[in-house]
Write a protein that binds this ligand. Structure first.
Ligand code: HEC
Ligand code: HEC
Length: 190
């Protein structure tokens, strides 16, 4: 129903004219080009935001705003600084309340599952995790791989767990890819 209401709002929106008033559009539409209107993006360069934990989404937006997270060629920083401060909770609520993305097909073997279980990743990242710990399940594998390499290589340093992740993820690209492929195939349980 939420989706239907949003679609209707889109179709009923006034046509773009010279008098186009950006302020009359809901703020999450600014994000739709990359992250999808309902938070499910089409390419793995852009993370799915649908059904992500609200505390985590907010923390990342604050980090982009503060210039603490900036490893994406500056796209997010420029978008978030355009957003009005009062719109931050609005976009967080929108994306966190959407249905989570569907999982990817399972990888051909259990290697990623075993590695993930051994490392205890889902102890923190599972459904019982804290509000500032992101879901990794059903996220794009390519996005997860990039973030893991960024932690491993010291390019994503802004969070209190960055040091732990830097240590935990000292593994070959191939191993990180196996973990990412497994995580992306896990159905999101909330
Ligand atoms: C031009 C493309 C683009 C637009 C528009 C955009 N983003 Fe992003 N966003 C990105 C990219 C690229 C990343 C991944 C950054 C990285 O690799 O670290 C990202 C990452 C994020 C993350 C971090 C997700 C995670 O799992 O860590 C959040 C939250 C986010 N965007 C929210 C938003 C919101 C809210 C908007 C609209 C106000 C928005 N984005 C608009 C490109 C975009
Ligand atoms: C002690 C709890 C904990 C454990 C264990 C843990 N993580 Fe995390 N992880 C976090 C937190 C908290 C964040 C959010 C960091 C931030 O705010 O930037 C995070 C962020 C991430 C992200 C970024 C997700 C995104 O959407 O950008 C990835 C990928 C990740 N962890 C992978 C792993 C993997 C793989 C393992 C197992 C090897 C693991 N984590 C183990 C707490 C944990």
């Amino acid at each position: 129903m939420k989706k239907l209401a949003a679609l209707l709002a889109l179709f009923c929106a006034p046509p773009a004219t010279a008098d186009f008033d950006a302020a009359s559009y809901p703020p999450h539409e600014t994000c739709a080009l990359c992250h999808g209107l309902f938070g499910q993006s089409h390419t793995d360069k852009f993370p799915h935001l649908a059904g992500q934990k609200p505390g985590y989404i907010r923390a990342q937006l604050d980090a982009f705003l503060a210039g603490e997270r900036s490893n994406d060629g500056g796209q997010m920083v420029s978008i978030v600084t355009e957003l009005k401060h009062e719109d931050l909770p609005v976009v967080v609520k929108w994306f966190s309340e959407q249905d989570p993305p569907p999982p990817s097909p399972a990888p051909p073997d259990d290697a990623g599952m075993v590695l993930t279980a051994e490392a205890g990743c889902l102890d923190c990242h599972g459904a019982d995790g804290a509000d500032d710990v992101p879901y990794l399940s059903a996220q794009h594998a390519g996005y997860l791989t990039k973030q893991m390499r960024d932690f491993r290589d010291g390019k994503r340093t802004h969070s209190p767990v960055a040091g732990d992740h830097h240590q935990m993820l000292q593994k070959t690209d191939n191993v990180l890819d196996q973990i990412a492929a497994y995580l992306s195939s896990v159905e999101r349980k909330e």
